[in-house]
Design a protein around this ligand. Structure first.
Ligand SMILES: [Zn+2]
Ligand SMILES: [Zn+2]
Length: 169
């Protein structure tokens, strides 16, 4: 009797299970006075081998019912119940896989963005280094600057800046 699952958390093993009067299966942790699936006040029947035969049949292989003498419970009722349970699980896992796919896309997108940001950061860092070098260069006296032309040396500047009237006789 292990084909079913908790209709709330989709647990399959490792817990006791019960079926509610509203037809939902819950694990021990999900059993509440009001059904966690449909919200109706319900009673629970523990799913065990000690269930009455007319209760237990719903968890049995419908094919085996050929051998049973339960006229009031039809084979299709049982098959319907089990099919609904299966559909529930299928829908749940389908939804899960869609969610996971979406999440994977997000993560891929994020790692792409992180790579972009890292590249930008590296660019900014090297630009920052360049600016620091430029600043250091600007702080040096004119004469020590890389490639400063000779005509800009102090004495020549002074000579040039003398008023023309004073320089001429
Ligand atoms: Zn559960
Ligand atoms: Zn319910």
């Amino acid at each position: 009797m292990e084909w079913f699952h908790c209709n709330k958390c989709f647990l399959r093993t490792g817990s006791k299970f019960a079926v509610s009067s509203c037809g939902h299966i819950c694990c021990e942790a999900c059993i509440k006075p009001q059904c966690v699936i449909c919200g109706t006040s319900c009673s629970y029947l523990p799913i065990t081998d000690k269930m009455k035969i007319q209760e237990r049949v719903f968890f049995m292989d419908p094919m085996k019912l050929f051998q049973s003498r339960l006229e009031h419970i039809t084979q299709s009722q049982i098959a319907d119940f089990q099919r609904t349970q299966m559909q529930r699980a299928t829908a749940y896992f389908k939804h899960k896989s869609v969610e996971l796919e979406k999440r994977l896309k997000e993560v891929t997108q994020q790692s792409y963005q992180i790579a972009e940001l890292k590249r930008e950061n590296a660019d900014l860092k090297s630009r920052n280094m360049e600016l620091k070098q430029e600043m250091a260069e600007l702080k040096k006296p004119l004469s020590q600057r890389r490639g400063s032309p000779g005509q800009f040396q102090t004495n020549s500047v002074q000579r040039i800046s003398l008023p023309v009237a004073v320089a001429s006789p």
